[in-house]
Design a protein around this ligand. Sequence first.
Ligand code: AMP
Ligand code: MG
Length: 363
Amino acid sequence: MTAKREKGRRPVITGSVIKRAAAFLLLAALVTACGCTQSGPLVREFFAMDTYMRFSVYGLTDASAAEGAADAVVRLSGLLDATDSRSEVYALNHGGGRPVPVSPETYGVIEGSLALSRELGDSFELTVRPLLTAWGFTKGEHRIPADAELAALIENVDDGRIGLDAERNTVTLPEGMQIDLGAVAKGYAADEAARILREGGAEAALLDLGSSTIFAFGTKPDGTRWRIAVKDPENADGVAGVIETDGGAVSTSGGYERYFTGPDGRVYWHIIDPRTGRPARTGILSVTVLTEDAATGDALSTALFVMGPQAAEEYYREAGGFEYIMLMEDGSVLLTPGAQGVFTLSGSRAGAEVRVVGSGADG
Ligand code: AMP
Ligand code: MG
């Protein structure tokens, strides 16, 4: 995603960027105003969670459900963004070890994310935030922390020590602990948007929350399946393949989304292995996960990226209920059996060596 990548490289706001943003907003306003045609979808484009989002919705008689869905995503973005001092997660991260009351939405996301965190084990920790800060990913001031600094910070990475009080809707983080919902927020937002659209009468929709989180439901009027591109992690504008699906969530995690190159010439990215405190390097360039719901898919894609190919395959055999596509540093592609049936390689990876993994799993 361009927005994120530019953020990672410390953007310079130029006149042309401002002009492009203005043109985008004008286009979005026009599309929103007249996007409701008989055959085509109603299209709603907006900026949230650091990226451009695009909802294409079929079967609505007016735009209110699409507006409601977009508003809900913008609202979640405001509640959950740990870097925004007006957000609830910011308040929680600065609660000084005391219980902090939060809205039912924020409480629900944290409760659900902690359940996913327990399920996914030590590859996935919401409390990874102090490590992200140490590497400079939260402010874009990138640096390589010393081993001792990382070792000290890891002491405060443990989702099991987060306190939840469902009666009072409070969350308690021990002093020194901070959470970051970057690995799951878009997934929750996609599920919430889909719920609002369905309740509002939408028959089908493709929700693109910045290409790393995509959710589709229903059948398009022309009866064709949804086609979702998987990005080439080595070429921002390129496509590595296409997924054809009847619906569900497609979530991608990749080092290419936010990274910096250190003085040592190595690339350091934003997905951190909580056990080492360092960017997870397991030979994976990106992992795309297919699930029924987007929150689970979002958490899973981040966790599988950290686990690496072997542990991910073991987890797939044990847990099941999802499929994945892994684009590897060595050029090869790993596919689970269910992904093999819906994914076609194209572009730069067209002739890549493909390995089917995890066959014989229950899921
Ligand atoms: P995603 O693009 O969904 O893989 O999410 C990446 C984001 O999740 C990062 O920018 C961090 O905010 C956060 N994150 C990084 N590493 C982890 C981890 N091991 N567990 C949970 N969240 C993480
Ligand atoms: Mg994720």
